[in-house]
Design a protein around this ligand. Structure first.
Ligand code: CDP
Ligand code: CDP
Length: 221
């Protein structure tokens, strides 16, 4: 079974994808982590993720591997486990910048499709239903209002980043959604056959129950 989950930043994609993967005993691939890892690896080499020429010359030597440790995904980029370092605002922006470059996307999409060939999988990202797995068994487009998505990210951050500012988070999210949905190659877009789930007024459990219910129904048919 292949399940595609797409949507804008902070909509709850990975929360739902992880829960569904656990319930149905499927593998989970967080493709956003791969774009984040690519941005991190470039910055580490002193390259701005938006500098297309420099990124293209470094791309052939960028190595990336996804490994699972006690069920959780780790991304190894250039031989380093970058998982703990890729959730910052700087890397979010860098990921969105590097994700515009088609050659970067093709390299990562190759790895993603390869994983889907070998395992039953739930994948979340921006272009899974439209580009990476157009033949997925079931597709979801998960969204929520920008304010609600910023509120969720703010609650998540405030313990570790006391200076976190909800308005700034909302501005960053809106800017990233714009970059993601206006790029030319594989932009963020709802696939025609995706089920739209607006989670603005839904809590985690409600979203997980709703999505798992539809998947169970699909499996029965
Ligand atoms: O993967 P994506 O960026 O779409 O979002 P996420 O990381 O799954 O969720 C962002 C935050 O919102 C997490 O802290 C979730 O626990 C929370 N969340 C929520 O409060 N209500 C939901 N219906 C879904 C997620
Ligand atoms: O969790 P959040 O929604 O904040 O972001 P993410 O899913 O970790 O993705 C980070 C960035 O990677 C996004 O803003 C996109 O620019 C890019 N991305 C993409 O272009 N295609 C994907 N399939 C996944 C992520």
């Amino acid at each position: 079974m292949k399940i595609a989950i797409d949507g804008p930043a902070g909509a709850g994609k990975s929360t739902v994808a992880k829960a569904v993967a656990q319930k149905l005993n499927l593998n989970y691939l967080d493709t956003g982590a791969m774009y984040r890892a690519a941005a991190y690896a470039m910055l580490k080499r002193g390259i701005e993720p938006s500098d297309r020429t420099a990124v293209l010359s470094a791309l052939p030597s960028l190595s990336m591997e996804i490994v699972y440790d006690a069920g959780s995904q780790k991304v190894i980029a250039d031989g380093e486990d970058v998982t703990p370092f890729i959730r910052t605002a700087r890397i979010s922006k860098g990921a969105s910048d590097i994700a515009v470059i088609p050659e970067v996307r093709l390299k990562l999409v190759d790895l993603q499709r390869n994983a889907a060939q070998h395992y039953d999988i739930v994948m979340d990202g921006r272009d899974i239903g439209t580009y990476v797995l157009p033949d997925a068994d079931i597709k979801f487009f998960i969204t929520a209002s920008p304010r609600e998505r910023a509120r969720r990210r703010f609650l998540e951050l405030k313990e570790t980043v006391p200076e976190a500012d909800i308005d700034e988070i909302e501005r960053d999210i809106i800017a990233r959604d714009k970059t993601d949905s206006t790029r030319e190659f594989a932009p963020l877009r709802q696939a025609e056959d995706a089920i739209l789930v607006d989670t603005t007024d839904m809590n985690r459990e409600q979203v997980i129950d709703f999505v798992s219910g539809l998947i169970a129904e699909k499996k029965r048919r």
